[in-house]
Design a protein around this ligand. Structure first.
Ligand SMILES: Nc1ncnc2c1ncn2[C@@H]1O[C@H](COP(=O)(O)OP(=O)(O)OP(=O)(O)O)[C@@H](O)[C@H]1O
Ligand SMILES: [Mg+2]
Length: 301
């Protein structure tokens, strides 16, 4: 494992001897418990946000059925979700998925399986055609437009191509989102410094993206995703543009963030990483979930 900054402190994943089925709905009640926010010690906690309205009562009836958990307490819950694009393409079909707070999930599947579509639903870039999508207790179909920024404060998003602003420094890139949402200037600086310390980039704060390696650019993007103390990190192929060694550094960083309490959902084609870590793996094929269990990658996509 490479030695670079804080990444060397990252925890080593436990490795079960055999693959086992992941929890089903009937097991979830016990596992759905709130966790502490990851960046409480590193960045300001987000304000306590109440859902705009209660989640779909058909989905969340505590006590009504002992086998159905209160999905409002899950980080992410999709129930019978189908997404049909305007051209008629059915990108997701009858997807059920529950991600308890604090989980680390790999989303795998061949190109075109629907991974990015699922992620777009979670960040409300797209709306489900039918079914229910709950993120951090919010029913996204019912979320009013003016409350979308509240949702975005609960999630941090990381993309394959980093999406950094080329004319801004590392510090400015990380602080930019806080500034545009009206965070007082005196709070932005310390929050950015804590996020950069988390990813081990304090020394590069004044550099611009074109003066950084690919791995450093992605770590800047992770700092940007973490600066507002999100409950959930959603990453769409975050190591897709990085060589294997640097990919492992990024994964170690995401594991560390998860250990600190943040739920992580990561779409990836990186079979080596998925197989080595023995985390929960959700596999999509042609828009359907075909596997949901702790284990390896299994197939070459
Ligand atoms: N805006 C869109 N309009 C129509 N079809 C779309 C749109 N976006 C995606 N699709 C189609 O939906 C399907 C799923 O696409 P998606 O991008 O979710 O796949 P993916 O699993 O992320 O693939 P990859 O591994 O290549 O990133 C594909 O057939 C794709 O062509
Ligand atoms: Mg994709």
């Amino acid at each position: 494992m490479p030695s670079r900054g804080r990444l060397t402190d990252a925890p080593v994943a436990s490795v079960p001897a055999v693959a086992e089925p992941y929890v089903t709905f009937s097991h979830l009640r016990a596992s759905l418990r709130p966790r502490a926010g990851a960046l409480e010690a590193v960045a300001p906690a987000p304000s306590a946000l109440t859902p705009d309205r209660p989640a779909d009562p058909a989905l969340a009836r505590p006590g009504a059925d002992a086998t159905i958990p209160d999905l409002r307490h899950a980080a992410i819950a999709l129930h019978d979700v189908t997404k049909v694009y305007p051209n008629g393409k059915r990108a997701l079909i009858e997807v059920d998925l529950v991600v308890p707070e604090g989980d680390f999930i790999f989303l795998v599947g061949p190109s075109g399986a629907g991974k990015s579509t699922l992620i777009k639903l979670l960040i409300r870039d797209e709306l489900a055609t039918t079914g229910t999508v709950l993120v951090a207790g919010r029913d996204l179909a019912r979320l009013r437009r003016r409350h979308v920024p509240h949702l975005r404060r609960e999630i941090g998003i990381i993309f394959q191509d980093f999406k950094l602003l080329p004319s801004k420094t590392v510090h400015e890139n990380v602080g930019f989102a806080l500034e545009v949402t009206g965070t007082p200037r005196r709070e932005v600086g310390p929050a950015v410094e804590r996020a950069l310390a988390l990813v081990g980039l304090s020394a590069q704060a004044e550099q611009r993206p074109n003066q950084l390696s690919g791995g450093e650019q992605q770590r800047t993007a992770i700092a940007r995703a973490m600066v507002h103390g999100p409950r959930i990190i959603i990453a769409d192929e975050p190591t897709g543009n990085l060589d294997p060694l640097i990919s492992w550094e990024i994964i170690q960083l995401l594991l560390r963030i998860n250990e600190l309490g943040t739920t992580v959902l990561m779409a990836t084609h990186n079979a080596e990483v998925v197989t080595a870590l023995r985390k929960r793996v959700v596999a999509l094929e042609e828009g359907r979930i075909v596997r949901d269990e702790v284990g390896g990658y299994h197939r070459q996509y």
